[in-house]
Ligand binder design. Structure first.
Ligand SMILES: [Zn+2]
Length: 260
């Protein structure tokens, strides 16, 4: 399947994603950290933006909203609960709402998967096997718990893990190398982690992104999706996990990563 997504590096390590319409001329802008590189790309490639999607309210995900709206008069889709925190929000939405902006010609659905923040949106495009996971699921990692609980984040990650293995995962940051180094500390004998780390090092040396991943690849390499694996449970217990249930294991691994 062709990938209808382009990544624009922004700020220090953010990615702004553009999702193309099937005819290639229109795009939705996902998490514009800043407007300038996006506007430049749109002009260089003669593209018409039709919407902004925001996964959450952090400035490095919504920083370009106002300027892009000024330039293009765009609708902004995001969580209703964040209506006071997402600049220019025009389409406040709830879990399960359909996302079908005019001109995009793709059918998305919005999931509310909290944990990184008290509400956090993921845009799922089932027909296209695409998910824009923001700062919930990273390649080989997950977002920090700024406003949510381990219970919420573990449930959110499990929900994402239920998507088909072939689903391509886009996220908000290039954190892959650090995440894989941590994954190797959790599972020193996981050959999939080792292989992905070597590949990611080559990609970064070539100046290429390590996105997208797939749900299947994440299930093999991401310690936060592997909290039901014996070896991850044992690593968590060595770090003080209260039990071997998924939430206790997740909480211990997340705390370990915060200090890694
Ligand atoms: Zn964030």
């Amino acid at each position: 399947m062709d990938t209808p997504v382009v990544l624009i590096p922004a700020l220090r390590d953010n990615y702004v994603a553009l999702l193309h319409s099937p005819n290639g001329r229109n795009v939705a802008i996902i998490d514009p950290a800043e407007a300038e590189p996006v506007i430049r790309y749109l002009r260089e490639h003669d593209l018409q933006p039709v919407a902004i999607f925001n996964t959450h309210h952090h400035p490095d995900h919504v920083g370009g909203n106002r300027e892009l709206q000024k330039a293009y008069d765009l609708p902004v889709y995001g969580a209703a609960e964040d209506r006071d925190r997402i600049p220019g929000l025009t389409h406040p939405m709830y879990d399960g709402d359909r996302v079908t902006p005019a001109g995009l010609d793709r059918a998305g659905v919005l999931w509310d998967i909290p944990g990184h923040t008290r509400t956090h949106t993921t845009f799922v495009f089932p027909d296209d096997e695409l998910v824009f996971a923001g700062d919930t699921l990273f390649v080989a990692g997950c977002g920090r718990l700024f406003e949510g609980t381990p219970e919420q984040m573990e449930a959110s990650l499990s929900r994402l893990a239920g998507l088909p293995d072939t689903t391509r995962v886009y996220c908000g940051h290039e954190y892959t190398l650090k995440n894989l180094e941590f994954a190797r500390a959790v599972e020193p004998d996981n050959p999939d982690v080792e292989e992905k780390l070597r590949w990611a090092e080559e990609q970064r040396q070539r100046g290429q992104p390590t996105l997208p991943s797939t749900i299947g690849a994440e299930k093999r390499t991401n310690p936060f999706l592997r909290v039901r694996e014996r070896v991850v449970q044992e690593a968590a217990q060595a770090r003080g996990a209260a039990g071997d249930d998924p939430v206790s294991v997740f909480a211990a691994i997340r705390e370990w990563k915060d200090r890694f």
